[in-house]
Design a protein around this ligand. Sequence first.
Ligand SMILES: CC(C)=CCC/C(C)=C/CC/C(C)=C/CC/C(C)=C/COP(=O)(O)OP(=O)(O)O
Ligand SMILES: O=P(O)(O)OC[C@@H](O)CO
Ligand SMILES: [Mg+2]
Length: 254
Amino acid sequence: MKIGKVESYIHEKIEKEKLHFVLLDPDDVSPELASKLAKMSEELGVDAIMIGGSTGAEGEVLDNVVKAIKESSNLPTILFPGSHGGLSKYADALFFMSLLNSTNPFFITGAQALGAFRVKLYGLEPIPMAYLIVEPGETVGWVGDAKPIPRHKPKIAAAYALAGQYLGMRLVYLEAGSGAPSHVPNEMVKIVKSVLDVPLIVGGGIRSYEDAKEVAMAGADIIVTGTAIEKAGSLEEAEKRLRSIIKGVKEVKP
Ligand SMILES: CC(C)=CCC/C(C)=C/CC/C(C)=C/CC/C(C)=C/COP(=O)(O)OP(=O)(O)O
Ligand SMILES: O=P(O)(O)OC[C@@H](O)CO
Ligand SMILES: [Mg+2]
């Protein structure tokens, strides 16, 4: 079995440092803004750009944002699809994710089957990933028909994460939901990390130096931020926030 370029890049990098990925939602950012944010991200030390949204980032809108990002930066572009619609031939890779704690088979295997041929046709690099929604879950929890993992039940998260690894998934993503008032609890990150051999991604509600640093210290290998950068209001503010979040991530050594 061959591990693709983007996944190999992730594996090599996490040996040496904690990573920071920026998520851009084509529903919320224009190609022009995406292009500027991607360029800034590369200059400041972000490790990859994720592209997706839970309320229908697809078609031309998605393609144009991916193209704009590819033109302005050399960072790997990874699709973060809300369904089989969230695929673009212009991206490098995609998180081929299964929402393991969904109550709806569409988000566990259905969207994956409907998207599989197009992934092959577009030559996208699929990276199998267990996607787990933790309370509050926000929009993605509702859209994904999730049974969100209670914040004070880290063992449930660990059980799902380990099941994902044993099912062959090569990444686990703990998601509190975009814009969540608080990120996944540190204790949960720690316990999940302690049972896993595959890299752990944490996102949702991470918006400051302190947030990023504590989640990295708790054991996340990759920290994702979307809202903090996307909705900064100005490029100056986005830069300020990005600098402090990256500082928090990179101060923690693996
Ligand atoms: C692998 C393929 C083809 C599909 C996977 C489909 C699955 C399992 C989706 C999971 C459920 C879902 C709706 C995920 C959306 C992921 C996502 C992009 C969330 C965050 O987007 P943001 O823009 O930050 O937040 P909003 O939720 O506010 O849009
Ligand atoms: O927008 P934020 O809260 O940074 O969340 C990022 C990501 O985990 C959402 O899927
Ligand atoms: Mg969104």
